[in-house]
Design a protein around this ligand. Structure first.
Ligand code: PXP
Length: 253
């Protein structure tokens, strides 16, 4: 099994836009947050342009591409409108997520098996434009096999259940994520994890040697209220790095 020494952190800035939109003005500016997160050690910026534009808006995507040096991971639903926006702005990566208007946040993974025929041409168009495509799926080997069949180079595992559970149930969910990350490695998929990660629950996920990127948003923006975004990103980065270094030490011992 390969160990990826550097675990990347993608900071999701959606909820800076949520706060801005409450007053319909231009403060606080998610693009300023993106620059600050990158300066504090984020390896990339993640932003989800939802169909209803409840947080990130079209012009935020344009400005992130023009004003922020860090790579953009553009989260989007598999719709023609979003494909056209992605092809216009050419982000470094696209993460395709399922989207329901009535949900509060992305509640489950994409069904890459049933969605094969719909997803295939979309993934092809994005890949042909040089965009690295990731599918946000449950930690289920069948979904990972389906991602490979679709030609997606990356899968992001949904950590929402892990984040919500406690005790033995959380351990079982962690084991499912560990097994899925190993399966991803075996079939040649780059593995990311995201959703619901916090200072308290990030370490066991960061310690999974074959995971290469974590995408974290809501907790970091919430924590920024108390300690500032710079400090929140630095602390998360340091917890991730410590967990990864610890797991490498354990393996070589
Ligand atoms: N990864 C994906 C694919 C997501 O949809 C989200 C939520 O927008 C995140 C990561 C970040 O989740 P959270 O805001 O709970 O950290």
């Amino acid at each position: 099994m390969r160990t990826y020494a550097k675990l990347r952190l993608g900071v999701n800035i959606d909820h800076v836009a949520t706060i801005r939109n409450v007053r319909e003005g231009d403060y606080p500016d998610p693009v300023r947050a993106a620059r600050m997160a990158a300066a504090a050690g984020a390896d990339g910026i993640t932003a989800h342009l939802r169909e209803d534009r409840r947080h990130i808006r079209d012009d935020d995507i344009r400005r992130i591409r023009e004003e922020v040096d860090a790579p953009l991971n553009f989260e989007m639903a598999a719709t023609e409108e979003m494909v056209e926006i992605a092809l216009r702005h050419l982000p470094h990566a696209v993460c395709i997520v399922p989207e329901k208007r009535e949900e509060r946040t992305t509640e489950g993974g994409l069904d890459a098996i049933r969605g094969h025929n719909h997803l295939q041409p979309i993934i092809r168009r994005l890949s042909d434009a040089g965009i690295r495509v990731s599918l946000f799926v449950e930690a289920d080997p069948k979904q990972l096999d389906a991602a490979v069949a679709l030609g997606a180079p990356v899968a992001e595992l949904h950590a929402g259940a892990y984040a919500d559970l406690e005790g033995k149930a959380q351990e079982a969910e962690l084991a499912r994520i560990v097994a899925a990350a190993a399966h991803a490695e075996a079939i040649g998929l780059e593995c990311h994890v995201g959703h619901g990660l916090t200072y308290d629950n990030v370490a066991p996920i960061a310690a999974i040697a074959t995971v290469q990127e974590l995408n974290i948003g809501h907790f970091l923006i919430g924590e920024a209220v108390f300690s500032g975004l710079d400090s929140a990103v630095r602390r998360m980065r340091s917890l991730m790095d410590r967990a990864r270094a610890g797991s490498q030490g354990a393996r070589s011992a």
